[in-house]
Design a protein. Structure first.
Length: 299
């Protein structure tokens, strides 16, 4: 087909298409883009009509890409990355240390470590603004949902710069009320007398200290689960059971007592990541350098 006869595709068409492919539903894509489900449906209908092709099959499980849709997806993803790279450069390359930087981390590390550090940074650089997002959902650096991420696992996406900034030790804790009722854990009997406070089952396989608990307390009863570290600490401080916590977090709960263990608990490495296209943006670089300078807070 001559180029003049090809349908004209706008970036906005592909932006809607990409979100539909990722979310697999009209409602999910609408939430991601801050629009409405009818708008998403109308945009998809118009885009398919423009191309003269069906891009999605509507199934009970959600939207499923057709063969044509799958072929378009790779090209659309490349266009998105190029557009975002241009945006990152255009919005920051000529700026000084001013503007807003979005940082994301786990809830407790954001509250206990990052918030005081970033508050100090803002006093040093009054022209800067920092938005700290603590969420269980992993926000994307490549799609510029955030500028900097602090996580407990290495980053897997292409195009990211990462560095290990610390390693946080963990220990086993319990409240005096629990110890008065249950006594110290019997490690030789696999914790048969023990009651535990643990991570949610859905996250347990990815958390090193949960594997340590299973190894040393196969006979213990798990009384309380939470995906919140502070939630676990508060439950254990109220006497709910034994809990594995970062020592930095446990220090904020005066009711908790450290328990001697036959083998040390595993530490968790802390990784800082940002997109390589933002490394020259002064406002992003200044926070990266500041956090690296204060990396001892993460050890």
């Amino acid at each position: 087909m001559p180029a003049a006869d090809l349908p004209e595709i706008e970036w906005d068409d592909l932006r809607y298409f990409l979100n539909l492919a990722r979310e697999k539903s009209l409602s999910g894509a609408a939430r991601a883009l801050g629009t409405t489900q009818p708008t998403m449906s109308r945009r998809l209908e118009l885009f398919e009509k423009k191309l003269g092709a069906v891009l999605f099959q509507r199934k009970p499980s959600g939207l499923e890409l057709t063969e044509t849709g799958r072929k378009i997806l790779d090209h659309a993803g490349n266009m998105e990355e190029a557009a975002l790279a241009a945006q990152r450069i255009a919005t920051g390359s000529n700026a000084g240390i001013s503007g807003t930087v979005r940082v994301t981390s786990a809830e407790w590390i954001g509250a206990r470590i990052l918030s005081p550090l970033l508050a100090r940074f803002c006093t040093i650089h009054p022209g800067m603004g920092v938005e700290l997002v603590t969420d269980a959902e992993v926000l994307s650096l490549t799609r510029r949902e955030v500028d900097i991420a602090v996580r407990f696992t290495r980053f897997q996406q292409d195009g990211l710069v990462q560095r290990k900034i610390g390693s946080l030790p963990f220990a086993l804790y319990a409240a005096p009320d629990y110890l008065d009722r249950r006594g110290l854990p019997d490690f030789k009997r696999g914790g048969a007398n023990a009651v535990l406070v643990a991570m949610n089952a859905a996250l347990a396989e990815t958390v090193a200290e949960t594997k340590w608990l299973r190894q040393h307390f196969p006979n213990a009863h798990i009384a309380f689960r939470s995906n919140s570290r502070d939630g676990q600490a508060a439950a254990a401080a109220s006497g709910a059971g034994l809990v594995c916590l970062p020592t930095r977090l446990a220090a904020g709960y005066r009711e908790l007592r450290a328990i001697t263990t036959p083998t040390p608990l595993p530490s968790r490495d802390v990784w800082l990541g940002f997109h390589r296209d933002t490394r020259a943006i002064p406002r992003v670089r200044s926070i990266v350098d500041f956090l690296a300078e204060h990396a001892h807070q993460f050890r």
